[in-house]
Design a protein around this ligand. Structure first.
Ligand code: IPM
Ligand code: MG
Length: 382
């Protein structure tokens, strides 16, 4: 098998800390399944921008390398705050520095499907009102949200009316296209078929279309497109939810859900809520994929308050590596799938045992101890 090139973008804040652990795990898997990875690292984000005297947020060769050479991309987090004021590092026009990297990849590589699994592992409690509780049962929480990733409120149609230095009107146009809806909905059905798990409640393969089609025209198009595409998948159950009700149902009956497909901004909001069901943002991994390229990242962001303390949970980043290997296995063979399975098994064992865990899920272990523990479990797995 050819050497696989992975572009690594550690980024801001806790990004480099969690990526360091993710790379430790990638390296042990590399040995274990005898594959070769070549890691190509680039700095990016707000901290790098400040370091370059506000010249660039990633080096000019980074994007072409991602586009033309990388087999996959691993991103830590972007976004920084000035330590003295706590203000977000922004461009003069108000945009957060770091977005050119994140959106540069999502839009520039046409990564139209954002895969966000919500799975609760045994041994993971939920922190609610400052207390660790077991609210949901692990067997009931195992669904995947597929968030549309290249249109909706995130497309580049922001504007406004500025008079005498004052912004009087601000607009964001929410574009939903037939092409954009079709491809992400088809992706969700294909994902459901490949995952082949079904919903915890009844084992049925199910794709839920989440929208607000009772009110918005874009969502009516989204739902109509879903209704056409679902005809191609007679073995998968159709299901619908309005986004407001969906946020309620995933909390009350998560076991009903298998795969849900959601327009961009609704997906952004719903997946932070869904992270609570799996023990918080420290557990929430994601993959941004298109027809050719894939970029994998924990969804937690750069958490400047926690940076440099070696205290943050790296499992979301390590699970992002697991997703990356799973995705790479579709093109480059089943050895990589074995690698993905090793990571998942090791994480499940670690959490079930419950001795080594970070503060966010009720432990006292350091970031680096989690990576070390997962590495040593993987070494002993067969
Ligand atoms: C996410 C994040 C990003 C988004 C931010 C950092 C721009 O919240 O990946 O969910 O809104 O997509
Ligand atoms: Mg988000």
């Amino acid at each position: 098998m050819k050497k696989l090139k992975i572009v690594v973008l550690p980024g801001d804040g806790i990004g480099p800390e969690v990526i360091r652990e993710a790379i430790k795990v990638l390296k042990v898997v590399e040995e274990k399944i005898s594959v070769d990875f070549e890691l190509i690292e680039f700095p990016c984000g707000g901290q790098y921008w400040l370091k370059t005297g506000k010249k660039e947020e990633w080096p000019p060769e980074a994007f072409p390398t991602c586009k033309n050479e990388a087999d996959a991309i691993l991103l830590g987090a972007i976004g920084w705050t000035y330590p003295d004021t706590g203000e977000t590092v922004r461009y003069p026009d108000g945009r957060m520095v770091g977005l050119d990297t994140l959106f540069g990849l999502r839009f520039g590589l046409d990564l139209y499907a954002n895969i966000r699994p919500t799975k609760l592992y045994e041994g993971v409690p939920h922190k609610i009102s400052g207390e660790f509780r077991q609210v949901w049962e692990p067997k009931n929480v195992d669904f995947v949200i597929i968030r549309e990733n290249t249109e909706g409120l995130y497309c580049d149609t922001h504007g406004g009316l500025h008079r005498g230095g004052i912004t009087e009107v601000a607009t964001d146009t929410r574009l939903i296209t037939k092409k954009g809806a079709e491809r992400v909905i088809r992706f969700a059905f294909e994902y459901c078929k490949r995952r082949n798990k079904g919903a915890p409640k009844d084992g049925k393969l199910r794709v839920t279309c989440v929208d607000k089609s009772n009110v918005t025209a874009g969502c009516a198009l989204f739902r109509h497109t879903y209704q056409n595409i679902k005809k191609e998948y007679p073995d998968i159950e159709e299901d619908y939810a309005f986004i407001d009700a969906f946020t309620q149902w995933i909390v009350r009956t998560p076991e009903w859900y298998d795969v849900a497909v959601v327009p961009n901004m609704f997906g952004d909001i719903a997946t932070d809520l869904a992270a609570v069901l799996q023990g918080g943002m420290g557990m929430a991994a994601s993959g941004n994929v298109g027809d050719r390229h894939g970029m994998f990242e924990p969804i937690h962001g750069s958490a400047p308050r926690h940076a440099g303390k070696n205290e943050i949970n790296p499992i979301a980043a390590i699970l992002s590596v697991q997703m990356m290997l799973d995705w790479l296995s579709m093109k480059h063979g089943k050895k990589l799938k074995e690698g993905a399975t090793l990571i998942e098994r090791a994480i499940a064992l670690l959490l079930k045992e419950g001795k080594v865990k970070t503060y966010d899920i009720g432990g006292i272990s350091k970031t680096s101890e989690i990576g070390d523990a997962i590495v040593s479990i993987i070494k002993n797995l067969d």
